[in-house]
Design a binder for this molecule. Structure first.
Ligand code: CAA
Length: 285
């Protein structure tokens, strides 16, 4: 029998986690947002408040709808709050050891029926499943940035994922207004595997002086019909995240097109991580 998803937990309330919490709450689910760092928890809370306020101003939500969405989200600093969740989506930074430790802890805390999902962009879902005693109930549920806007969810199944669990999560993705695609557990899945090679090569073109940043942006927007040029998109994704994904893809495939460009490495080392730090390939005020 499939799980009726009514209460979902989101662990990690950075850009992706806060966006994912908003998507679930907008679809009528009860959401428990867990963030151990009190400052990050406050940022997550205000992200939700600002985002729904913007929707209110644009006439996309009424006062009542906004209040209902905010009322469906509770916040906690402790994983114990997730004991009775039907599904938990992990959205903490892309550090395998931290994620494995979290999955082992969630496995201890949550009831046996809880499905444990990861929003990882490129790390092995199988390795996370192996950190638990319920590998059949572990999947990838990969959202795209900005989560409230982008319509895709990659549902990642491992060789040991229970097919019914993967289908249930795909059904949940549809219920929250997304289109699911089923993908196997290979680094980068489909979107990042194809996208990051392109973004990394765009940085290479800039470094070699083939064209200016502005002209590469214009070329890809107007010539390839993309909503954003590669540098605006890298700044949105976060240069540290892009760098990590390239590195994992490079390690797994030994394909030089994924070897992170020196300029990307330099910007990350300088702390210019894109929109979230106010500066990446462009400056943001
Ligand atoms: N959060 C919530 N809503 C947002 C938002 C955000 N961060 N950014 C934009 N929106 C909403 C706006 O409110 C607006 O909503 P309405 O139409 O309801 O008013 C709508 O999105 C369009 O926004 P704008 O008019 O301000 O701007 P736009 O038309 O230029 O769209 C964009 C902005 C949606 C970001 C668009 O440029 C786009 O689709 N860019 C490509 C994004 C992309 O490729 N993302 C995937 C990255 S890869 C990834 O995420 C995977 C990974 O693992 C790294």
């Amino acid at each position: 029998m499939g799980t009726a998803y009514e209460t979902v937990g989101v662990v990690g309330l950075g850009t992706m986690g806060a966006g994912i919490a908003e998507v679930f709450a907008r679809a009528g689910l009860a959401v428990i947002g867990v963030e151990a760092d009190p400052d990050a928890l406050e940022r997550g809370r205000s992200h939700l408040s600002r985002s729904t306020e913007k929707a209110l101003r644009r006439g996309k939500l009424t006062e009542e709808e906004r209040a209902a969405i905010l009322g469906r989200v509770t916040f906690a600093g402790d994983l114990g709050a997730l004991r009775d969740a039907d599904l938990v989506v992990e959205a903490i930074p892309e550090i395998m050891e931290a994620k494995r430790a979290l999955f082992a802890e969630l496995d201890r805390i949550c009831g046996p029926g809880t499905v444990l999902a990861t929003n990882t962009s490129s790390l092995s879902v199988t390795a996370l499943a192996a950190a638990t005693t319920r590998p059949g109930r572990v999947v990838g549920m990969h959202f795209f940035n900005p989560a409230p806007v982008m319509r895709l969810v990659e549902v990642v199944r491992t060789v040991v994922t229970d097919p019914g669990v993967a289908e249930g999560v795909a059904g949940l993705a549809r219920r929250i207004g997304k289109t699911p695609v089923r993908v196997g557990d290979r680094a980068g899945f489909v979107v990042n595997r194809l996208l990051l090679g392109y973004l990394n090569r765009a940085v290479g073109l800039l470094e070699r002086g083939v064209a200016s940043q502005h002209d590469i942006e214009t070329a890809m927007r107007l010539g390839a019909g993309l909503p954003m040029g590669p540098f605006a998109l890298l700044d949105l994704i976060g240069l540290d995240t892009a760098y990590e994904i390239c590195e994992v893809l490079f390690q797994e495939n030994r394909d030089p097109s994924f070897a992170p460009s020196p300029l990307l490495r330099e910007l990350v080392a300088a702390g210019a991580l894109g929109r979230k730090t106010g500066r990446g390939f462009s400056a943001y005020t």
